[in-house]
Ligand binder design. Structure first.
Ligand code: HEM
Length: 187
């Protein structure tokens, strides 16, 4: 996951840097066994997260608990749609699901109104969810003030990373020409 997001941050530099890293990194995660394990991990994350939410649904949630619940639910939704879309792009459309596959949705109206917040909140939700996990893991070791500072720092980093990644993919940092075969998936 960290490498996946680092890969997207490289797009802040250039599309070429993003594609070069992804092609090298694919040698690892596109290996049949590794990919099956990765997809099973994603499925088990969704299943265990939803089970947890269902068990604790009736409890009273407030403040940061609500953020944990909301970010977790959003990540479950995002992972289902995102992995489904990547597999459909590869298997049904026969596309190389690289930078342009994700960028296409951010360049076609009206879909960009869905895809801009869709990707932005995915990256932000990861940071918030990690911050909440840190809270539970380190609550006996760190003071309340240190916990608040760590949560705020992680959330701000997530916000900045989300804004930079979405700006790069949407063509806000430099001009991008999305090849027609990727745009065609929206017609
Ligand atoms: C701005 C945010 C994101 C963008 C633009 C993006 C884009 C992509 C692209 C283009 C691929 C295809 C990779 C390939 O063909 O080799 C991919 C795969 C994948 N992404 Fe993301 N992603 C983002 C965030 C996330 C997040 C937050 C998660 C997890 C919560 C995630 C989970 C995955 C997984 C599991 C795959 C692998 C599917 C496979 O087996 O090929 N992505 N993503």
């Amino acid at each position: 996951m960290t490498l996946h997001l680092f890969n997207h941050l490289l797009a802040v530099g250039s599309v070429e840097a993003h594609i070069r890293f992804m092609e090298a990194f694919r040698a690892v995660y596109r290996n049949r066994v590794v990919e099956i394990i990765l997809l099973l991990c994603a499925a088990s994350q969704i299943a265990s997260g939803l089970t947890f939410v269902r068990r604790r649904w009736r409890e009273r949630h407030q403040g940061l608990d609500l953020l944990q619940l909301g970010s977790g639910l959003y990540l479950a939704f995002f992972l289902l749609v995102h992995v489904g879309a990547v597999l459909t792009g590869r298997m049904q459309f026969g596309l190389d699901t690289n930078f342009y596959y994700a960028a296409a949705g951010m360049h076609v109206l009206p879909y960009r109104y869905f895809f801009l917040p869709y990707y932005f909140f995915a990256v932000l939700a990861i940071a918030i969810h990690l911050a909440r996990a840190l809270h539970w893991l380190a609550r006996d070791r760190l003071s309340a003030a240190a916990m608040r500072a760590a949560t705020a720092l992680l959330s701000m980093c997530g916000f900045a990373a989300a804004a930079l990644i979405v700006a790069a993919f949407a063509g806000g940092l430099y001009d991008i020409t999305v090849p027609a075969k990727y745009l065609a998936t929206f017609q």
